[in-house]
Structures are given as C-alpha cells and as structure tokens.
Design a protein around this ligand. Structure first.
Ligand code: NAP
Length: 482
C-alpha cells in the first residue's frame, strides 16, 4: 500500500510554551516527522515562545535534543538541520509586554497563522487577549488549546467565554489527542464505510460496550495537578467520552466537522446520570519500588481517584438497554486502551448446552499495537464432535498496512496538520466540552456529598475488586487488561 502525503499550505506556527514538556516531547518531534514525510512545506516557520531568555541557536539545541530523544523514525543530521532552519525562538511573556512586538514582526502575510497554547490553562485568556491587543491574530488565524479545558462546567464556560471574546468557534481547536489516533478514525471508517456492522450496531444485537484506558504509570511528576483533578476529570470527561461518542453516535450526513460534532453532542446529551452503585473509585497502593497514590501526590488524606469504573446508558432508540462500561486507571496491570463491542449470543444454540456460551466481540485497540480484532466463533479443529471456540480475526495495522503503518502520523502530528488545513472534525467544539462537564459534574458532586473514599487497589492489578463486581452483578465480565 502506498500512502499519499499531500503537503499543507505554508504556515507560521507559534508554540507558546515551546520549551515545555508537551512541546519538546510531542509537538516538535511530531512536526519533525511531518517534515520528514514531506507534508511540511519548505516555507513553514515554527516559532517557539516562552519566558526563558534563549537565542535561536540555544532553542534549536533544545529541539535537536528533543528530536534525538522523541523523534523515533530514522533520520540523518542533515534532515534535522533542514528542519531546524525553519525553527526560531522568541522570549514572550503571556502576562507581560515582552516579546509581542517581535512576534508580530515575524508574522508573514498570506500564510496560515496558527498559535499553539501549550501553556498552563490559566494563561489561555492572557494569550488570546494579547494576540489581539498586538494585532497579531487575523480573521482566519487559529488557536490550539490543550486540555484540561476547565475543571467543571462553570470553569469551562468561563474559558469558552474568554476565548470567544477574541476568536470565533471556527478558529478554536480544542485538542484531545485521542481523536488523532489512527484507530479512532478507523473506528469511523469501520462503522460508516462498511455495510457489515452498522445494521447490527444497536441494542438489539449488541449486549454491551466496554471502554478501557489502562496506564501502568503512576502520577509521576504531575502529582500536584493530578490530585486536584483525578481520573474522572483527567480521562473520563474527555478521552473516554470522546471514544464513547464515536462508538455510539448516529451516522453523520457527511464527514464534515459540524455534522460529526453535532452527532457526538447528541450522544453526550442522551447519557444517563450515573447511579452511585454503578460507580467505583480507587487509589493505587504501594508496590516494592513505587509509593502509593497518597504518597505520590504528597497528600496523606487525599480522596482523589486514580481509578474509576462506571456503568451508564444512552437514552435513545438505538441504545436503550445496552450498558456502556467505562474504566480507566493508573498503575494498572498493562498499558492498554481498547473499546470492546460485545454482541449478544445467538438466540438459540443448535449445538446444544455443551457448546457453551459464545459472543462475538469487535475490539478496537488504541494502544499498544493499534488495530481491530473480531472474535468469531468457529468449530474447534479435530475429531470428537462439535466443540466451539472463539478465535480472533486480527487486523493489527502494523501487519495489515506494512511500512505505511510505521510512517502513519502520530496523534499530535496529524492534529497539527489538521489545524493548518483548517479541518476541525477531530477537535472538540465548545458546546461538546460543556455538555461533557454537565454529565460529569453531578457524578463528582455526588461522591463529594457522600464523602466517598476511593477503594485501594494493588499496583499492577485490574483495579479494585468492586470494579469487577460492577460487571459480575450483570452476569458479564471485563476483558482482561494485557
Ligand atoms: P510545562 O512543561 O510546565 O511547560 C510550560 C511552558 O509554558 C514552558 O515552556 C514555560 O516556559 C511556558 N510558560 C510558563 N509561563 C509562561 C508565561 N507567562 N508566558 C509564556 N510562556 C510561559 O507544561 P506542559 O506539560 O508542556 O503542558 C503545557 C500544556 O499542555 C498544559 O495546559 C497542560 O495541561 C497541557 N498538556 C500537557 C501534556 C503533557 O504530556 N505534558 C498532556 C496533555 C496536556 P517558561 O517558564 O520559560 O516561560
């Protein structure tokens, strides 16, 4: 398979927070890979901006080191030099006047103008305001806003209102990097590009859906931030919610930003509240080498969850009666993100009770090894009667697509190219984010009012025992995390 790389229009991309963790780990190495692929035009200009006083050369050294560490793919020194010739640095203070005149003088007429806000959310409003005050943002300039987008409905509304003072909705790109993953887009291709699945995609044929995002890492150096946030705000409100929307939404009339986002919004608005007994929160315990959650965040009385599992329903014709089970956690058994669509059993087994119970499952794996598997029931090979066994029809993209899978853009790079192209399909709209908080807020308020204390769970496990019971009570079980 030969993939086509279509270069984007020439652009000026300013990365506020250009020296930070996200910029050096994801954004800049991602842009470098787009440069290698030929998608970044020669006239592209990348400007790193932060408060540190650095020369262009000092900044290029930082970017060079970031590429060496995170650039992954094979490259030569001259590739890096060519990329770096497009990179420069400006000392800019989001809260002060330093650097803004210099930034304005770097902007070129007739080029796409994009500004990546890779800084703390508290600075988003300052950046938006100054870009206007200094007449740097134009009518078609774009801003890219990182998560977290607020910490509840009220703060998300306030943030939307602040950005809306200076930018129209079609200029604002709220990033959720899960939407940039190849598999997530493939989920839409599988659903809406094949006749096979969509007729079965409803409560009549689907028993339940599981969405799991398991991490092996703990809170690491983000303890202070994480303890104010927790798994519900950090993962469920955004990443898991986005996955749920794509799985559950009606087919949009076309693959167009607002058509897709309108359908996602309808899903969020149709989500049922979560009953307290359909919710499990956990905190990881220490293991031999790593501290427990409370020590890791340096808060011995913390009630913030590093794990959450819940059951919800979507109240509409398509999904009435099909439970959606969501779980996410840190320090789990394996790093694994997947969506499992578990179909119902056949209405009657012609093979008798000994054949056991079998359910087809379509599993969309986001990490590791992005791909899609369909568990199909077949006859166990060999003599001795009709015994049934479930085998996976496996479409691991790396195998199915060959070298193209290796060079496929990673989430961040794909999304940045979408920003330059002006395509908002894979970005969250303001009303979507607010609707997601409207669903999440009462759940959080509920456990706060109940003074709920998260259950401890072993590091390296699948979460607290109660999470297993959540499905067990319904006669179902979670797929193994591996
Ligand atoms: P970080 O490592 O702390 O970097 C923050 C950056 O902002 C630095 O370059 C810093 O440089 C700059 N900065 C701070 N104050 C500034 C000011 N007044 N004016 C201009 N620049 C200023 O943070 P990060 O981890 O990269 O995160 C950036 C954003 O991405 C945050 O909103 C975060 O929530 C989000 N995010 C990060 C990740 C991740 O994996 N890191 C993942 C998802 C979302 P100076 O101090 O030199 O100014």
């Amino acid at each position: 398979m030969v993939s086509r790389v279509i270069p984007v229009d020439p652009f000026d991309l300013t990365i506020f927070g250009g020296t930070g963790d996200l910029a050096t780990r994801k954004i800049l190495p991602g842009l470098f890979r787009r440069h290698l692929s030929g998608q970044m035009p020669h006239e592209a200009q990348i400007i790193g901006a932060a408060r540190s006083e650095l020369s262009d050369e000092e900044y290029r050294d930082i970017v060079r080191a970031a590429i060496a560490e995170f650039g992954a793919i094979d490259h030569s020194d001259s590739d890096v030099d060519e990329f770096l010739s497009r990179v420069s640095y400006l000392h800019v203070d989001a809260k002060g006047s330093a650097g803004w005149a210099a930034l304005k003088s770097k902007m070129r007429d007739g080029y796409v103008r994009a500004f990546y806000f890779s800084v703390a959310p508290a600075l988003f409003g300052d950046l938006a305001e100054r870009l206007h005050e200094h007449d740097i943002a134009q009518r078609d300039s774009r801003i890219v806003v990182e998560k977290p987008f607020g910490k509840d409905l009220e703060t998300a509304r306030a943030l939307n209102a602040t950005l809306a003072k200076h930018f129209r909705e079609d200029q604002i790109y709220r990033i959720d990097h899960y939407l940039g993953k190849e598999t997530v887009q493939n989920l839409m291709a599988v659903r809406f590009g094949n006749m096979l699945f969509e007729p079965l995609w409803n409560a009549q044929f689907i028993d339940h859906i599981q969405i799991t995002v398991a991490e092996t890492v703990g809170v690491g150096g983000r303890g202070g931030y994480y303890d104010q946030s927790g798994a519900m705000r950090d993962m469920v409100q955004n990443h898991l919610m986005q996955l749920l929307c794509l799985i559950a939404m009606e087919p949009p009339s076309k693959f167009d930003p607002d058509a897709v986002r309108d359908e996602k919004l309808k899903v969020i608005r149709a989500l049922d509240p979560v009953e307290p007994h359909h919710l499990v929160r956990g905190q990881y315990s220490a293991d031999g080498e790593q501290p427990d959650y409370r020590s890791a965040v340096d808060n011995p009385r913390s009630r913030t969850e590093s794990f959450v599992a819940l059951k919800t329903h979507i109240s509409n014709w398509r999904w009435a009666g099909t439970p959606f089970y969501l779980r996410t956690g840190k320090r789990m058994r394996a790093r694994s993100s997947e969506i499992a669509v578990v179909f119902k059993e056949t209405p009657h087994s012609i093979f008798g009770p000994d054949a056991g119970s079998h359910r087809n499952a379509l599993v969309i794996r986001l990490q590791p090894d992005e791909g899609i598997t369909l568990d199909v029931t077949i006859k166990e090979p060999g003599p001795g009667g009709m015994r049934l066994v479930d085998v996976p029809l496996d479409m691991t993209f790396a195998e199915a697509l060959g070298p193209d899978a290796e060079t496929a853009p990673e989430a961040y790079e794909r999304l940045i190219m979408d920003v330059i192209r002006g395509n908002q399909t894979l970005f969250m709209r303001g009303d979507e984010v607010e609707a997601a908080w409207s669903w999440t807020d009462p759940i959080i308020q509920g456990w706060e009012a109940r003074n709920d204390v998260p259950k401890p769970y072993d590091s390296g496990s699948s979460g607290p025992e109660d999470a297993l019971m959540l499905l067990h009570r319904d006669g179902r079980k979670w797929r193994e995390i591996r």
